[in-house]
Design a protein around this ligand. Structure first.
Ligand code: SF4
Length: 72
């Protein structure tokens, strides 16, 4: 189950890395970086919550990643 960020949609609110530091960390440019791209168990539940509460609809879990863009 792939966890990733759609950087085209992320608005850098920081919710994901503040609420779930085991799944995400803040990069120097304030975008999140995924630390666990294949969360299982409780981590998967957290990833589901992070996706549901991302104001930019940028947290993606198990969805088509063909629109994924990785910033420099
Ligand atoms: S919660 Fe969503 S919009 Fe906010 S930093 Fe994380 S991915 Fe970006």
């Amino acid at each position: 189950m792939s966890l990733w960020i759609n950087y085209n949609r992320c608005i850098k609110t920081g919710n994901c890395y503040r609420d779930f530091p085991e799944l995400f960390k803040e990069k120097d440019d304030s975008f999140p970086e995924v630390l666990n791209a294949d969360p299982e168990g409780d981590a998967h539940d957290d990833a589901t919550w992070a996706r549901s509460n991302c104001p930019g609809y940028a947290v993606r879990l198990g969805e088509d990643d063909t629109e994924q863009v990785v910033p420099d």
